[in-house]
Design a protein around this ligand. Sequence first.
Ligand code: IPE
Ligand code: IPE
Ligand code: MG
Length: 310
Amino acid sequence: MFLDKLTKLLNDAFRPKPKYITVTPVTGSGPAQALPSANEPPANLPAHVAIIMDGNGRWATSRGLPRSAGHAAGTEALRDIIRASDDWGIEALSLYAFSTENWSRSKEEVQALMGLLLKYFNSEIDELDEKHVKITILGDVDGMPEPQRTALIDAMERTKDNTGLKLNIALNYGGRAELTRAARLLAEQVKAGELEPEDIDEELFGEQLYTAGSPDVDLLIRTSGELRTSNFLPWQLVYAEMVFDDCYWPDFDRAHYLKCLRTYAARDRRFGGVKASAPEAKPEAEAETEPAIKPETEPATDRNNEEAEP
Ligand code: IPE
Ligand code: IPE
Ligand code: MG
């Protein structure tokens, strides 16, 4: 009796915990689906997630705090979202941290942001490198002040051969500036006789961008309720799914991130084509999907007559 109880206890203790709970849907006639548990991301994850981390200032002022306190709190959220992306196996994560337009803010706010940036890199670089994270700065690093510029260049150099999460941090970044720079780089190659204008295609253009080596963005998340892209990754976002979360960035945590990933997983991405899982076409439906303009060679009247017959 005692031995039986002990064996059961040991069996229960060492039984591997299931990662996903399998449930039979209550409605619908499809097969049983595997639903992720509350803390697990969905199966079809985006390869590249881009985030516009917005609302630090409003988070702070709504608490009677200076805007810089919002930026400091935002750094904490950032830490965990990077860890979660790494834990869940996201291939690339691009974070909008400071735009070319953000220089127009007060001297105090810009200084606070630059101070936090340095503090962040100094405190995180060892752990990120240990996790094989590859850091790329999107933006004009040479336009950054010292000692931030050196810290950014060192981080890129130190992690350049890492094969884990591609962590792209947009600093002193502007989408139009990135596209203009790419055009200039190509023009210089043409001028030097290394390239013919007709050799310039989308692939080659994409290789001149800061994000060369990362896939196109699949999912764009913006916090704080704003519904715009604010000069972020115009080339890379062309077919991105966009998910907007009303919370301010410092409140964005793994639960919010999971919700965005689930929203993404439920989207139907068509890339200009037709839905892959369209129901089988019935004869009547076939007629409806015919092109409006028919080839001239087609005997249109005969076909119409055929369709009219039972
Ligand atoms: C995003 O938060 C951080 C940066 C732009 C650096 P904001 O500072 O824009 O916060 P809000 O939008 O003013 O609340
Ligand atoms: C975009 O947020 C830039 C970053 C999050 C770094 P902003 O707060 O600068 O954008 P707008 O001014 O609301 O468009
Ligand atoms: Mg803002």
